[in-house]
Design a protein around this ligand. Structure first.
Ligand SMILES: [Zn+2]
Length: 71
């Protein structure tokens, strides 16, 4: 489980430079962090969000409802 405090400070690394409210993330299925701005999806593995742009890119075009468990 990723803590609420951590969720509040985490931002998408692709958007964070655009300002304090850019790149905010939504927790989906307790397994993904989905960027509200660019749609990248960061997997959470062993309770650790993998905040790498390359990781987020892999599922960028996958609809949220089609996300399975992170590989
Ligand atoms: Zn983003």
């Amino acid at each position: 489980m990723v803590s609420q405090e951590l969720l509040e400070i985490l931002r998408c690394p692709a958007d964070v430079r655009n300002g304090p409210n850019a790149g905010m993330l939504d927790l989906v299925k307790d397994a993904w962090l989905v960027c509200r701005d660019c749609g990248r999806k960061y997997p959470i593995k062993n309770d650790i969000p993998i905040m790498l742009i390359e990781e987020g890119d892999k599922y960028k075009s996958t609809p949220v409802e089609q996300l399975g468990a992170p590989a």
